[in-house]
Design a protein around this ligand. Sequence first.
Ligand SMILES: [Mg+2]
Length: 447
Amino acid sequence: MMNQVSNQRDSMRLRYPDSLGERSNATTLAAALGGPVFVVDRVAAPRSRPGILLLDDDPFMLGVQSRMLLDMGYPKVSTAGSAEAAVRMLQREKQTFDVILCDLNMPGMDGIEFLQILNASSFGGNVILLSGEGVRIMHTVQKLLDGGRMVILGVLEKPAARAALRAMLDCWRPLIAAKPVGPALLFTELELHAANRERQWVLHYQPKVDLKSGELAGMEALVRWNHPEHGLVYPDSFIGMAEDCGAIDALTEWVLQEAMAQLARSHGQGLRIQMAINLSMENLRAPDFAARVGTLARDLGVSPQDVMLEITESRLMSPSPAPLESLVRLRMQRFGLSIDDFGTGHSSLAQLRDVPFTELKVDRGFVTGARHNQIIRPILEGSIGIAKRMGMRVVAEGVETEDDWHLLREIDCDLVQGWFIGRPMAEDEVPLWLEQWELRRPHLVES
Ligand SMILES: [Mg+2]
């Protein structure tokens, strides 16, 4: 399921403009606004640096943090002493601000109300919560705001430490153009069955690399629908429907066939990698599923040890023992079994207890930005500890920055996957990615 989320985010990122466009002078704006707003804008902002708005009712805090940001090399910092003032600034000059650092506890309109207004508006920028309320409260506020166009980069306790603030600001993204999002695509049963008949599927591959050596360890095969009308469609738009209408079996069979054939080709070219393939729980209900997968691997000359089957339990496991039987039979044939999106939905401790998994894949929600996050970091470290003690290999997904990469090395994770390493790509893009990765790799595995 998280693949689907990542794909959705992937496609969102592709809509980001390449440059930020012209910005007007914030100093003029602030002068026009008056009131509790002042601006510490000294140099015209280079395009790579975000325009920052600091919102806090404490003038001392505004002074300290804005000086610190200027010192850190962020030349364009504006401040607002109340949420009302910030709303006025944003109404007049929304495009000036890429990142808002927002306090929560303020007299008048508080931070929660301010951010909800922002979330309902066309503002598509980035927000960092900066408050003295404690990280657990801030995290809950972050959850309240999820799902809007606004990107919450993270939460920090006041006063923010330089390193933590820089790590979060490094993750800022240019404003999403305020384009209306089209209605979600809905497909019919007929279209899905036709897609199976006409083989309208295509696989993309996302690299998994070894944290110690930096070597390419495997690829995860991710399916897309090459739709005759809509172009490339991501799995979040059709997997649920395929499960409901019984099209999932033929779809998975195609994926297995195609991904294992690709694996055989890679091995033929001397690339000793594993192939990860996502299965639906629905696939596992068929009594002969494990046998069919085994036959397919044999026919293609692929060794089961080189195939990692990723399983997400998005629905409650039915009382029927069929899925468990399939999993045991797959494992007895030496296929790898990975518990995908661990920590979310039903990918839980009970599944770890009951299924002979060989790999634990920590969900991105416990990985991205973990170094400076006091809530997710213990969960990440705990998950790695559990996996190691159970003799399983651990993969972290959602590695987006060099900081994420180094933290995972420090806490003894085995493999990583994420945009920092490489996005899902078509088969013919892999050689170029590999060439570029080999150039980045030595620096990342030093020490
Ligand atoms: Mg997966």
